[in-house]
Design a binder for this molecule. Structure first.
Ligand SMILES: CC(C)(COP(=O)(O)OP(=O)(O)OC[C@H]1O[C@@H](n2cnc3c(N)ncnc32)[C@H](O)[C@@H]1OP(=O)(O)O)[C@@H](O)C(=O)NCCC(=O)NCCS
Length: 178
């Protein structure tokens, strides 16, 4: 398996992976919107290939912290998608790890995700609310563990906090219901 940055020419491939992994169109539409959203920049879109076949995709988009005591460079991971027949082979994990490595190199401090609380902690995420980071829209208490963060720079958690403001295309309540 190898991982590549997705270019404009990969758009249909990316959307196909998203649609097939989720089994419906909503996430593919969100990805298409985010890929055309200037407020999502800088953006990192990675495709995983098995031979010639695209089997997974992850998108990271820029965000910012409102009312933060210390400025921090932050990004959101959304969505992550692996084709059904390639799931549970580490493709999702490798996409996350490659993305985190590239974002660390480009100076990002914190990565946020709203996702499965049984999955993302495997790759270093922990619940964000109790660390002082609010999601763009309130997450109900019963899903609080689904709002997670990972620090890419030592010392940043504990010195800053605030509310995450996401890219315009993600800034709708429907995207924040877990
Ligand atoms: C969730 C998803 C991205 C994981 O990708 P993957 O390549 O299968 O994941 P990995 O191989 O890195 O990890 C697989 C492990 O995670 C577990 N896992 C997968 N989805 C999980 C979930 N929702 N909650 C808890 N654990 C989960 C698997 O059971 C497997 O466990 P095992 O190693 O003990 O067998 C993939 O299943 C997928 O695309 N699902 C549909 C779309 C989706 O829900 N995306 C996530 C949006 S937050």
């Amino acid at each position: 398996m190898h991982i590549e940055q997705a270019s404009d020419s990969h758009l249909e491939t990316v959307l196909h992976v998203e649609r097939t992994a989720f089994g419906y169109d909503k996430e593919a539409e969100l990805v298409r919107d985010l890929l055309h959203d200037p407020t999502a920049l800088p953006r990192l879109s990675l495709l995983a290939f098995e031979g010639e076949r695209a089997v997974g995709h992850v998108l990271f988009t820029s965000a910012r912290l409102e009312d933060a005591p210390d400025p921090a460079s932050i990004a959101l991971l959304a969505p992550l998608a692996v084709m059904p027949e390639f799931q549970s082979r580490g493709v999702g994990g490798r996409l996350i790890e490659r993305g985190l490595q590239m974002l660390t190199e480009s100076g990002v401090d914190l990565i946020f995700v709203l996702g499965h609380p049984g999955y993302y902690p495997r790759y270093g995420f922990e619940p964000a609310g109790r660390l002082g980071f609010a999601a763009p829209y309130p997450i109900p208490d019963e899903h609080a563990e689904a709002w997670m963060v990972q620090a890419l720079r030592a010392g940043v958690i504990g010195t800053t906090r605030g509310t995450v403001i996401c890219a315009d295309a993600l800034d709708e309540p429907e995207h924040w219901r877990e």
